[in-house]
Design a binder for this molecule. Structure first.
Ligand code: GTP
Ligand code: MG
Ligand code: ZN
Length: 301
């Protein structure tokens, strides 16, 4: 039996890399399917190598895991967020932030395609970037003429760690990886086509060595997963709400229609951005209207 980490998964096969750098293609033991477990990229596993067709015997407990993109045991998730083509949508960024907060994964926001903005639009984004920094997030906004500085800052954040690039299809995840390490030569797409056809250029999650970092390129999403926590827990995943909510008059305040709500007060004072509060209300309604999802939990924590 050997131990390794799954670096790629493709239609029933898993590529596992060992400490020694050996890569072995395997299948998963049938038992996993019965018990509702599914190996995902990032998993540490015990496997048996039999020439071309090894077998995974054991999945080690995960430190954390994301459902979309499916990946386990990561230190940082970089939300690659296009400022244009596709246009910036705060709601979409907030959605990913909430998912990461809920999964206990540290987010980094990387704004892509700043070069496509007018000076006015760039100035407006600077303010938005500052809002997210105020909340406590690490935000990388490249200069409008090149992303060299932002890219270097990103590389040093990721060196020595395991991370994942997530974000909408066409946001520029693979392009950014190629810029970090030109020898990768990852396939990138033509954005107008990708968006109109809902087609992804990257089709599988793959962990890639990028200088001293291990980074997963992932297929962008074009639809959402449902939130898998109750609406009452939503404010836990807005750090700036958590920071003030002790000041709400009512315990269990939902920050909607209650009087003397410290969150609404902070919004009216401009201390919490209106767009974050709008995301909160929209997600709250969404969770309330969503059918309960009885899924088999395959995240063996
Ligand atoms: N102008 C400009 N174009 C960019 C930038 N980053 C990416 N693009 C373009 O955006 C398109 C999509 O980029 P990809 O890197 O394929 O996007 P992706 O996020 O990997 O997309 P999926 O693999 O489908 O999830 C390509 O045509 C890139 O050349 C950028 O910073 N500026
Ligand atoms: Mg890609
Ligand atoms: Zn409140």
């Amino acid at each position: 039996m050997e131990k390794g980490r799954i670096i790629r998964s493709l239609s029933g096969y898993y590529d596992i890399e060992t400490d020694k750098g050996k890569i072995q293609r395997t299948r998963a033991r049938g038992e996993f399917r019965k018990s509702g477990q599914k190996p995902i990229v990032g998993d540490f596993v015990d496997f048996e190598s039999e020439n071309d067709d090894g077998l995974i015997w054991k999945i080690y407990p995960r430190i954390n895991a994301l459902v979309r993109p499916p990946i386990a045991n990561i230190d940082i998730a970089v939300i690659v967020t296009a400022l244009k083509e596709p246009n910036f949508a705060a709601n979409l960024l907030d959605r990913q932030l909430v998912a990461l907060e809920a999964a206990h994964v540290k987010p980094v926001i990387y704004f892509s395609k700043a070069d496509l903005l007018t000076d006015e639009a760039y100035a407006a984004i600077t303010t938005i970037a500052e809002d997210y920094r105020q909340i406590g997030y690490t935000v990388l906004l490249p200069a409008s003429n090149n992303n060299v500085v932002a890219r270097q800052a990103l590389q040093s954040l990721l060196d020595g760690r395991v991370s994942v690039f997530m974000g909408q299809t066409g946001a520029g995840k693979s392009t950014l990886l190629n810029q970090l390490s030109p020898k990768l030569g990852l396939e990138t797409g033509i954005v107008s086509k990708a968006l109109s056809r809902g087609k992804h250029t990257t089709r599988q999650v793959t962990l890639i060595k990028v200088n001293d970092a291990l980074i997963a390129d992932t297929p962008g999403f074009s639809s959402y997963e449902v939130f898998d926590f109750p609406a009452e827990a939503l404010d836990d995943y807005f750090p700036e709400f958590v920071a003030v909510r002790d000041g709400c008059r009512f315990r269990g305040c939902l920050h909607l229609n209650e009087p003397a709500c410290a969150v609404k007060e902070a919004v009216s004072l401009g201390a919490i951005p209106e767009s974050r509060y709008n995301s909160y209300k929209a997600f709250y309604e969404l969770i309330k209207s969503q059918k309960p999802k009885y899924k088999t939990d395959n995240r063996n924590f």
